[in-house]
Design a protein around this ligand. Structure first.
Ligand code: FES
Ligand code: FES
Length: 161
């Protein structure tokens, strides 16, 4: 059975009819073509599929589109400005070389962005704790933790418009 849903995706209204069992990650990647959101495990463990749902970090492999009907979804593609300027969290990942293969990176960045609203301090221990649930098989995490700390600091210095 198809369900009619209406969502805001990266600030744009999207209306669609989807089968009731459609996962949010499949809708984002396959229906909308926003392939910056990755799929690593499909069992809600790796965090590669993390997006923001009404500002909260959420694993899109663990949600049905029907569950988020009416919500505002932000994917990695929605972080940069219209002019292409990268989000402070993205810039921090670049500065700290916080990626190797990049498979986990969009999920890490989205998780980092959500930490600002959660009030996570820009301190390594707090960030490590908050990153539980986002796995990286390459980097050893040090660069990621440093990048998230810097991104949080920058976000607090220059609040989003
Ligand atoms: S693909 Fe969603 S948590 Fe791994
Ligand atoms: S950079 Fe390869 S999984 Fe994190």
């Amino acid at each position: 059975m198809a369900l009619s849903v209406t969502l805001q995706i990266n600030g744009h209204r999207v209306e669609a009819a989807v089968p009731a069992n459609t996962l949010l990650v499949d809708f984002i990647r396959e229906d909308l073509g926003l392939t910056g959101t990755h799929q690593g495990c499909d069992t809600a463990q790796c965090g590669a599929c993390t997006v923001l749902v009404d500002g909260a970090a959420s694993k899109s492999c663990n949600l049905l589109v029907a569950q988020v009907n009416g919500s505002a979804i932000t994917t990695i593609e929605g972080l940069a400005t219209e002019g292409g300027a990268l989000h402070p969290m993205q810039q921090a990942f670049g500065r700290h070389h916080a990626l190797q293969c990049g498979y986990c990176t969009s999920g890490m960045v989205m998780r980092g962005v959500a930490m600002a609203a959660e009030g996570v301090p820009a301190e390594a221990e707090a960030v490590r704790c908050a990153l539980t649930g986002n796995l990286c098989r390459c980097t050893g995490y040090r660069g990621i933790v440093d990048a998230v700390c810097e991104g949080l600091q920058r976000m607090r210095e220059v609040p989003a418009a």
